[in-house]
Design a protein. Structure first.
Length: 157
């Protein structure tokens, strides 16, 4: 029986990434045209690690940083989101092993300042961690966001 990869192994598996691909009208109906960087998982984790306590970043800001780094027009929204999820689970795996300094994944938000319910521990875990760092969480139906998250966005990573 094949052994399942750990989150740490998934994070380290670059799969020949990063790579920059060109998107034109034929190739993409829902994406902009231009060059798109598909990042390596570790690149997303490295950006997430640089967000200090009390500050926040969104997936869109991470995508912008990656695009600039690779001289691309935009960063891939799908892989960036998946790789942030892998980084979050790797952090929890490391915390379970007793590691103290882990990737602060709870500081990475979805578009519009939303908490990502797919991160480890779900909304309650994220809410607890963010509130302990001074943020106020508000609910909008089933979605939870950080109040005035824009004021806490990291300026430079």
């Amino acid at each position: 029986m094949k052994r399942r990869k750990s989150w740490r192994e998934k994070l380290a598996d670059s799969k020949d990434l990063p790579k920059v691909q060109k998107f034109d009208k034929k190739r993409s109906r829902n994406w902009p045209t231009g060059t798109c960087v598909i990042p390596a998982p570790i690149e997303v984790d490295e950006i997430m690690k640089k967000v200090p306590k009390g500050k926040l970043i969104t997936i869109n800001e991470i995508r912008e940083i990656l695009a600039k780094k690779h001289s691309a027009d935009f960063g891939c929204p799908i892989t960036t989101g998946i790789f942030s999820w892998i980084a979050a689970h790797t952090a929890e795996e490391e915390a379970a092993e007793g590691k103290k300094r882990i990737t602060p994944y709870w500081r990475t938000l979805k578009t519009g300042g939303q908490l990502n319910p797919k991160y480890p521990g779900g909304i309650e875990n994220l809410k607890h961690k963010l509130e302990s760092e001074g943020h106020t969480i508000i609910s909008k139906g089933k979605k939870y966001t950080v109040a005035d998250y824009e004021k806490s966005l990291v300026k430079k990573v």
